[in-house]
Design a protein around this ligand. Structure first.
Ligand SMILES: [Mg+2]
Length: 239
């Protein structure tokens, strides 16, 4: 079994620190026209978020601009996460569920997140979750485009298959997609699971209620992960 967890609003919340740090970084580099307010972050991936932020602010989407922004964003996020006034929460059941999965020899724990790797790891660490608990990590910039046809933009839908490939690298054998569970809080998380034949476990700890997540096709939609016995039973009864 491979279990791939989303980060924001699925395992943790950081009080919008990511959005605020992106806006601050953008304003420092490109001026006050840079605003994160019109951009929908939920379930997106950082390369797409950054492309939309740049387009909205009229900033050229060059490799140099993206690299400079990414460095400044990481620095500003680190500052925000180090500030004790930044609220940070591990969502209900998550620490217990992670501990029990880490202790299960039949489970491989992974993270599948739209964050850039360095900032995703920083968010987890700030909330007391060691990023190295996850033996497989798939990040937003693992999406390179092309999933929905030649020339299609980077998409979260690409990420589960990267997770499956990394499972093969780690264990030296394949895992069936149907034995892979993608846990997330948005219809984007659900769709990326379904697009790859994986199982979708959705939690309404973000902006979407259980009905919206079920309507997106989640195999299971829960208010949160607090009923750990029930979650584990659902995960492992289908293996
Ligand atoms: Mg999320």
């Amino acid at each position: 079994m491979l279990i791939l967890f989303d980060i924001d609003q699925t395992m943790i919340t950081t009080s919008g620190a990511g959005r605020a740090a992106m806006e601050l970084a953008g304003r420092e580099l490109f001026g006050d026209r840079f605003s994160a307010q019109p951009i929908d972050f939920a379930g997106s991936i950082d390369p797409i978020v950054v492309a939309r932020l740049f387009a909205h602010a009229g900033v050229s989407h060059t490799a140099d601009n993206v690299a400079a922004f990414r460095r400044r964003y990481a620095a500003r996020l680190d500052e925000r996460l180090a500030d004790p006034s930044t609220g940070r929460t591990v969502l209900p059941g998550v620490l217990d569920l992670l501990a029990r999965l880490r202790a299960d020899a039949d489970a491989t724990l992974g993270v599948l997140s739209g964050n850039y790797g360095e900032t995703g790891r920083a968010k987890l660490a700030a909330c007391g979750i060691d990023p190295d608990w996850f033996r497989i990590a798939v990040w937003g910039d693992d999406a390179v485009g092309g999933f929905h046809g030649p020339g299609s933009p980077p998409s979260r839908d690409e990420l589960p298959r990267v997770g499956l490939a990394r499972y093969r690298q780690l264990h030296g054998r394949d895992i069936e997609a149907k034995r892979t569970i993608v846990i997330g809080d948005t219809p984007h998380d659900v769709r990326c699971a379904l697009a790859n034949g994986c199982r979708s476990l959705a939690v309404s700890t973000g902006a979407f209620d259980a009905a919206a997540l079920a309507a997106a096709g989640a195999h299971r939609a829960l208010p949160n992960l607090s009923n750990v016995d029930d979650v584990l039973s659902w995960m492992f009864n289908a293996r």
